[in-house]
Each structure stands twice: as structure tokens, then as C-alpha cells.
Design a protein around this ligand. Structure first.
Ligand SMILES: N[C@@H](CCC(=O)N[C@@H](CS)C(=O)NCC(=O)O)C(=O)O
Length: 236
């Protein structure tokens, strides 16, 4: 059976990482059984989660996991999409993973109140004396990632404005469809869901979260996917 390496469920979401949630939903959409192994990124092939092990083959990165499923199991996530919607799906995934992700990273790691209520809990498994040092090191390393990306150099108002535009775009592009893929989910739904639930579900504080929760379409989308694929997930 496929083994998916994960962090852990996080404040009403299936995992702390939107990329892990994406991989979970991709496996579910493809109808593949898998088991979860709680892990940390240090043992991962690229020092990032998720990764999978599939009959001895190790596949890192959620997009490579998708490509692996498509190739090995002959499952086409986007079989029902036309060329234009497929192109839009790719653009939407990139917006989530390469832009909105950094807004999420910032609010979870760089905003102390949120860090204490959220990510900080993931360190409970570490020996108490090691926790402050590991937290400081990871906060510093995520600060460097944010600076390198550029989003970390924006003012609070600029960052919020850009992330809110991402969320607005997701809501507009979803439109009246139940899924981004239309009547049935497509591959991009795995990504969009990972980010939407990761932003609007955990009870953290940010104008970005508030903006996401003010989009009834995004809230209904999160609830619809939870009900179908993650029964038991909270809808905070
Ligand atoms: N491109 C990767 C991104 C995965 C990623 O950024 N994972 C983060 C968690 S959201 C991680 O493992 N971070 C560990 C670290 O930065 O040390 C994918 O799609 O899987």
C-alpha cells in the first residue's frame, strides 16, 4: 500500500501542510488506498513533506506525486477539462503554491499570537529543553524563505491586499461550480482545497483569514470537500 508521509492533523484540517492535504486528496480522487505515516521533514528526500513510498519507489513533492499517480496508475485527474480550463487550473495551482502559500507561512510563523496558538503545538513531541531552540531556528529559516520569495518584504497592508486578491480570484474562478473542475473535482481542486481549508479553518487571527471566511463560496467549497472526502473534519 502507498505510504504518505505527513505532519499531523492541524486545528480542524487534515494536516498542517496544505501540500500534504493536496497529496491526500489526490490519492483519494484517484481512488488509491494509502496509509499515513506521521513524520518530520528531516528524513524526507528533499527535506520537505509530503512524500510517498510506493512499492519501494520514493516520490517527493506533491506535484511529482500527482505525476506519479497519473503515470503509474493511468489516472487522469483532468480528463473532463478542456484545454483552457486545464491551463487555468495550472495557473491557479501556481498562485496557491507559489504566492498564497507565503502569506499562509507568514501568518502562521511570523505572527507570534498565531504561532503560539498553532504551529507551536506541532513541537509538543520534542523534548521540552530542545523546543525553544528548534522553534527559533525554524522561525528564522522561514523568515529567510519569506524574504527570498519577496512576500516577506511587503508591508502588512501590501501582503494582506495581495493575499486577499488571491482569495477573491479563487472565489471568482470557482463561480457557481461545486468544484474547480466543474461537477466533478479535477487535480487543481486538491491544491485549492489544501489552501482554502488551511487558511479559513484553523482559529487563528488575520485579516487574510477574515477575508477568506467572508467568501461564502469558499466556505461552502471547503465544507463540500470535507463532507465528501474528509468526513469527520471540523468546519471551524
Ligand atoms: N513543492 C513542495 C512543497 C512542500 C513544502 O513546502 N512543505 C513544507 C510544509 S508546508 C515543509 O515540509 N517544510 C519543511 C521545512 O521548510 O523545513 C510540494 O509540493 O510538496
Amino acid at each position: 500500500m502507498i505510504r504518505l508521509h505527513t505532519f499531523a492533523p492541524f486545528l480542524g484540517t487534515p494536516d498542517a501542510s496544505p501540500f500534504v492535504v493536496k497529496a491526500m486528496l489526490l490519492l483519494k480522487l484517484a481512488g488509491l488506498d494509502y496509509e499515513e505515516r506521521r513524520d518530520n521533514p528531516l528524513g524526507a528526500p528533499r527535506k520537505l513533506l509530503p512524500y510517498i513510498e510506493d512499492e519501494g519507489e520514493v516520490v517527493p513533492d506533491s506535484s511529482l506525486i500527482r505525476a506519479h499517480i497519473e503515470k503509474k496508475y493511468g489516472f487522469d485527474f483532468d480528463a473532463h477539462l478542456g484545454a483552457e480550463r486545464k491551463a487555468l487550473a495550472w495557473a491557479v495551482e501556481r498562485m496557491c503554491e507559489d504566492h498564497l502559500y507565503f502569506a499562509l507561512l507568514h501568518l502562521r510563523w511570523m505572527e507570534p499570537g498565531n504561532f503560539d496558538k498553532g504551529i507551536s503545538m506541532l513541537f509538543k513531541g520534542l523534548p521540552a529543553p530542545a523546543r525553544p531552540l528548534v522553534k527559533r531556528l525554524l522561525i528564522r529559516s522561514n523568515g529567510r524563505r519569506l524574504h527570498g520569495h519577496g512576500l516577506g518584504r511587503l508591508s502588512e497592508a501590501e501582503r494582506v491586499q495581495q493575499a486577499c486578491r488571491d482569495l477573491e480570484s479563487l472565489a471568482v474562478l470557482l463561480g457557481e461550480r461545486p468544484y474547480f473542475g466543474g461537477e466533478q473535482p479535477c487535480g487543481a481542486d486538491a491544491t485549492v482545497f489544501g489552501f482554502v481549508t488551511g487558511l479559513i479553518t484553523p482559529p487563528l487571527s488575520s485579516p487574510i483569514i477574515d477575508a477568506g471566511r467572508r467568501h461564502p463560496k469558499l466556505v461552502a467549497y471547503r465544507d463540500r470537500i470535507n463532507a465528501r472526502y474528509f468526513p469527520g473534519a471540523e468546519s471551524g
